[in-house]
Ligand binder design. Structure first.
Ligand code: OSB
Ligand code: MG
Length: 370
């Protein structure tokens, strides 16, 4: 693959419904798309950095700068045998994993399409159908939350995850459990608690949750291990797992019972597969996390979710839960039994709607071509 040019693009996409976590509320996404022009084709990747550095230190503006000044130049004009070869070219640039992932994943798209292979097979996937769950944000009222849960269950989703924070936790979980005693239910705190809350978090045990996601600090593993010893409910680490070494440390320290893999958070598909493999070795089930992606990132999450150890439903759900109109076609749809089937077409099996993207673009920069 000869890399001839890279285009960065910001598209603005209003969410169908706002999304609120313990760190804030989002109404509109600023989606950073990367197009790698190589061997006469345009390959696509999405940088999942948020509008603000609240989920992690990465954010759209910072990612744009590092892509433009460091990452695109690091691969420009290079001829790579495989997508994973960009990892060593990026190695001297510290951090910025979501930005790196956008280029690496575009290269995987190119590699799959050039080989005439589905991306999921190239990644080593084995499942033809993936299981889907939903992540439901903090609402203005408990009634609104219960209505949302009810609608998602009716749509067939296999697992409900609700965002929690101090003041929006035990009471909401209790109401959901009382109404639906048998469903797969979990919660995600996005680091809203400290170890001093261990006693409070122990109250979550009575709701028989599948897991409690990232209760403590975004950069911590050790104190999660201390907390895990106090809880029956399995902890699931999200923010804390930056690479396969973190996953190995979490497994050995018994800091969690489940790991959420987000391809952007770990720096791209190569590392995501490594995290998957190390978790499998340690009998830690994984599932695919979401970052309110557009269709470009969503289609790639679907491909990743076909790997064998993705044995729990992911936060990979239908396009229409997020967007009036998605930027891929067909849009992502979920069956009444809460699954997405993968296609045997080359690449992701979804087509990028370039005309629509052009219309939604508010900023564009091409590196490597006059
Ligand atoms: O912690 O999983 C998270 C969205 C933005 C940032 C962090 C998270 C989330 C979600 C949404 O939970 C998952 C999705 O539906 O894309
Ligand atoms: Mg999370």
């Amino acid at each position: 693959m000869k890399i001839e040019a890279i285009t960065l693009r910001e598209v603005r996409m209003p969410l169908v419904h706002f999304f609120e976590t313990s760190f804030g509320r989002t109404y509109e996404r600023r989606i950073l798309l990367v197009t790698v022009h190589c061997d006469g084709l345009d390959a696509w990747g999405e940088c999942v950095a948020g509008e603000d550095p609240f989920y992690s230190s990465e954010w759209v503006e910072g990612a744009w700068m590092v892509l433009s000044k460091y990452l695109a130049p690091a691969v420009m004009g290079r001829k790579l045998e495989a997508a994973r070869d960009c990892v060593s070219l990026f190695a001297r640039i510290r951090g910025h994993r979501m930005a790196k992932s956008a280029i690496e994943n575009a290269l995987w798209d190119a590699e799959a399409r050039e080989a005439g292979k589905p991306l999921w097979k190239l990644l080593g996937g084995t499942r033809r159908e993936i299981s889907c769950g939903v992540s439901i944000g903090i609402q203005d009222s408990e009634e609104q939350l219960l209505e949302k849960v009810s609608a998602e269950l009716a749509a067939g989703y296999q697992r409900i995850k609700v965002k929690v924070k101090p003041g929006w936790d035990v009471k909401v979980l209790e109401k959901i459990r009382r109404k639906w005693p048998e469903i797969l239910l979990s919660c995600d705190a996005n680091s809203a608690y400290t170890l001093d809350d261990a006693g409070h978090l122990r109250r979550f045990d009575e709701f028989k949750l599948l897991m409690i996601e990232q209760p403590l600090w975004n950069d911590d593993i050790y104190l999660h291990a201390r907390l895990q010893r106090e809880l029956h409910t399995r902890i699931c680490l999200d923010e804390s797992i930056r690479n396969s070494r973190d996953a190995e440390m979490a497994a050995e320290l018994r800091a969690c019972g489940i790991i959420n893999i987000k391809v952007g958070r770990v720096g791209g598909f190569s590392e995501a597969v490594r995290v998957h493999d190390i978790c499998q070795l340690h009998s830690l089930p994984v599932w695919c996390g979401g970052m309110l992606e557009s269709g470009v990132g969503r289609a790639q999450n679907i491909a990743l979710s076909t790997l064998n150890n993705f044995s729990l439903p992911g936060d990979v759900s239908a396009s229409k839960r997020y967007w009036k109109e998605d930027i891929i076609e067909p849009e992502v749809t979920v069956s009444p039994k809460g699954t997405i089937s993968v296609s045997d077409q080359p690449g992701t099996g979804y087509k990028v709607r370039e005309d629509l993207i052009e219309k939604l673009t508010v900023r564009k920069e091409t590196i490597g071509r006059a």
